[in-house]
Each structure stands twice: as C-alpha cells, then as structure tokens.
Write a protein that binds this ligand. Structure first.
Ligand SMILES: [Zn+2]
Length: 112
C-alpha cells in the first residue's frame, strides 16, 4: 500500500501518509464495512430474515429460504422460534436506503 500523492510506503491500515500527510483512501472494506445484518425493506417474503441473512453473507436468498422451509417443516429443534427471535433481534433496514442496483465497488486492484 502506497500513498497516492507521494508514493511513500504506508503501514497497512494507515489513514494518513507519514511523509506528506495526505489522507489515504480507505480500502474497500473500510469504506463499506461489513454490512450490518438487517432485514431489508425490499425483497422480503415474511419478516425479511432470510433475505437479510442472504444479503449479509452474499448468498442467494432462494436456497436460504428453502433450507429454512425444510428445517421448519421437518421440525428440527425450534426453527420457528429461532426465526421469530431473529425477526425481533435483527433490525429493519433503515428507511431511505436506495435499493441496491449493483454490487458495492470492489477494492482497488492495487490494494495488497
Ligand atoms: Zn504521501
């Protein structure tokens, strides 16, 4: 990782260049911190728990729903209770967040 202004070698995670003081572009994971687990407003079927979990881990929501459905139908443990707890615990996605039309930008290719 190098300063974009002067090319100075920077410590991993540095926020400012030690040579010129230029603010260092944060790596992708810092600009887009791991998405909080939320229940999305869009694309939910019931409470949005499956959609939220799938979105959080970058999975397709359909297999997540199928697995949950199978688990519920088979009655392993108390999946319905777990679902309701998740419904209560996982916050709603904040309003005003635009519907994501594309994946978040990936980190610059030059980042180690
Ligand atoms: Zn610099």
């Amino acid at each position: 990782m190098h300063c974009t202004a002067c090319g100075q070698e920077l410590n991993l995670g540095a926020r400012f260049c030690s040579n010129c003081g230029e603010a260092v572009a944060a790596p992708g994971w810092a600009r887009h911190p791991a998405q909080r687990l939320v229940r999305p407003i869009y694309g939910r079927m019931l409470a949005g728990v499956c959609a939220g979990v799938a979105q959080h881990f970058g999975w397709d929501v359909t297999p997540v729903r199928l697995i949950v459905l199978v688990v519920v139908l088979c009655g392993f443990g108390s999946p319905l209770i777990a679902y309701i707890i998740a419904w209560i615990v996982i916050p709603n996605e904040p309003l005003g967040v635009p519907y994501p039309t594309s994946a978040p930008p990936s980190p610059p290719s030059g980042y180690p």
